[in-house]
Design a protein around this ligand. Structure first.
Ligand SMILES: Nc1ncnc2c1ncn2[C@@H]1O[C@H](COP(=O)(O)OP(=O)(O)O)[C@@H](O)[C@H]1O
Ligand SMILES: [Mg+2]
Length: 222
């Protein structure tokens, strides 16, 4: 299973989510390969911080900010891994386009502000392009950095906004803005490893991961 966390827009939480998903799956005993497809190298830096602290399991991580290198390496090495998580971003990034051709699932984080919702249109065009050359790319939009004290209607508003973009399904497991996510991300830790524990952050991430990987089970049975 190859999952790309992508959005042409920056600052929406691609790196935070890709790193959290990769570590959580490694903790669950899966063979995971995290690919940093962003020239800024934030995901690779988080994994380097994890290694410096001697945290187990270590996470295999490679940096391929260029589309051709990413495509070539993933094609060559995909059989070695149970799960490949790609952090791909940046407007007109060749890595993002290459990742979309290879992925089973695209996860698009967006923030609960209208201009981020509109950025989904940008992604929708890239999804159309990828789907024109291959079948089976499932695309999910997920609300990130939602207001922790927000109204329960925020989730419904986000779902309605995503429903207007037919390329995407709404993944109803929103992630809220919590210090635990930024602290864990910077240190290369899963929120479940971070002390003091933030049970709400841990639960949100568990829900997200369960729904992402249950979807895969359903896809396989189809
Ligand atoms: N759910 C969240 N709670 C708290 N901080 C977050 C959350 N999601 C992202 N951030 C913070 O927002 C900033 C941008 O997130 P990042 O994952 O780097 O975005 P991107 O990779 O899309 O550019 C980072 O400083 C990150 O720590
Ligand atoms: Mg990033």
């Amino acid at each position: 299973m190859i999952i790309t966390v992508g959005n042409t827009k920056g600052g929406v939480g691609k790196t935070i989510l890709a790193v959290q998903i990769a570590i959580a799956r490694a903790l669950a005993g899966r063979d995971v390969w995290l690919i940093d497809g962003d020239r800024q190298g934030t995901a690779a830096a988080a994994i380097a911080a994890r290694a410096e602290n001697g945290r187990q399991p270590g996470i295999a991580c490679a940096q391929y900010p260029d589309g051709p290198a990413l495509r070539g390496q993933v094609r060559q090495q995909r059989g070695k891994w149970q799960e490949i998580i790609i952090d791909a971003g940046g407007r007109d990034s060749t890595a993002l386009r290459a990742a979309l051709i290879l992925s089973d699932v695209l996860l698009v984080p967006f923030a609960p502000r209208s201009y981020d919702v509109w950025a989904l249109d940008d992604m929708a065009a890239l999804v159309d392009e990828a789907r024109s050359t291959r079948d089976g790319l499932r695309c999910f939009a997920i609300l990130n950095q939602a207001d922790p004290g927000g109204h329960s209607s925020d989730n419904a508003d986000a779902a309605a906004a995503v429903a207007a973009v037919p390329q995407f399904e709404y993944l109803p497991t929103p992630i809220r803005r919590r210090k635990a996510f930024s602290n864990a991300g910077g240190a290369g830790l899963a929120v479940s490893e971070l002390l003091p524990h933030d049970p709400k952050a841990v639960a949100e991430m568990e829900h997200l991961i369960a729904s992402l990987f249950n979807i895969q089970t359903i896809v396989k049975q189809e």
